[in-house]
Design a protein around this ligand. Structure first.
Ligand code: AMP
Length: 287
């Protein structure tokens, strides 16, 4: 019998998680997977709601995946409020949680990694070169362990969604990937587990990411087609807003993520900036 917390079956080992998933499949139940690093907020819970609505059985994973962090990033200080997360998932009536320790996912001798698709190379890939390899590897492992039919990701991590979608096609993974809308605070800040790092002043500065995206949308809707003019304005708005540095502020093709020249088709505007010591990302898909 698995450990139960707040009426949720909690699994700590790959073997027990797999055996449980196998039993569900034998019964003909569809399985929805929601991979998270915990520190849950309403953005994560929206993915959980999508899964609960669309599948028979929802498995949420709580795992701060070390292979997607580079040395010097925030792996050690990343929040891990396990009891609070279990409380939120209990209120949602999630069926199962997979919360392994690092050595369970990466035991001694582990050495195979997914080489992420070409779409992983620019933007986040340029500033976090190891990141998507780590993400693709853990997501593939979680899909295999949980036998998921559906997996739910947020548009908040736009490029991550594109990488995972390409990976399941390229590696013939029998799961359907669903990308769910970005959940925001009333003032527009995209919810992120990293927002807890922000001081009140930094919280104000962080708003400039979404304000920049809103301005891009407005200008495109008013007929602006010069992507380079827009991108210089985006940088200026972020600087004026007080960010410490900008990794990228671009308008790109929503499928290939190549930087746009002239805007004649739908685009995605994407920003990544440092606010104090916190790196934040946001995006807007402009149809
Ligand atoms: P994380 O725990 O940060 O790895 O995120 C787990 C999942 O939640 C990813 O698929 C994210 O894209 C998604 N997510 C994070 N923030 C939001 C948000 N504000 N709105 C919607 N989905 C989100």
């Amino acid at each position: 019998m698995p450990e139960t917390i707040n009426d949720i079956a909690v699994f700590r080992t790959c073997r027990e998680m797999s055996e449980y998933a196998e039993r569900l499949r034998d019964r003909g139940a569809s399985i929805g997977l929601v991979p998270t690093m915990g520190a849950l907020h309403a953005g994560h819970l929206s993915l959980v709601d999508h899964s609960l609505q669309q599948t028979d059985h929802t498995i949420v994973t709580l795992f701060v995946n070390p292979t997607q962090f580079a040395a010097g990033e925030d792996l050690d200080r990343y929040p891990r409020p396990f009891e609070q997360d279990m409380q939120l998932l209990g209120e949602r009536k999630v069926h199962a949680v997979f919360a392994p320790v690092d050595a369970e996912m990466y035991p001694p001798g582990w050495s195979t990694r997914v080489q992420p698709p070409a779409i992983a190379r620019n933007l986040e890939g340029e500033f976090r070169p190891e990141h998507f390899g780590g993400v693709a590897t853990i997501v593939l492992k979680l899909l295999n362990i949980t036998r998921a039919d559906y997996a739910f990701f947020g548009q908040k991590d736009y490029q991550q969604g594109a990488v995972i979608q390409q990976m399941v096609v390229d590696l013939n993974v029998p799961a359907t990937i669903q990308i769910c809308p970005i959940v925001r605070e009333p003032d527009g800040l995209a919810l992120s587990s990293r927002n807890v790092y922000l001081s009140p002043d930094e919280r104000e500065i962080a708003l400039s990411l979404n304000q920049t995206l809103k301005s891009v949308r407005k200008q495109i809707e008013q007929g602006e087609t010069d992507a380079h003019a827009l991108m210089s304005e985006m940088r200026q708005m972020l600087i004026d807003g007080g960010v410490s540095s900008i990794d990228y502020a671009v308008v790109a093709d929503p499928v290939t993520l190549t930087i746009a020249d002239e805007i004649t088709r739908p685009v995605v505007a994407l920003v990544a900036a440092q606010v104090g010591s916190t790196r934040l990302i946001d995006n807007d898909l402009i149809q």
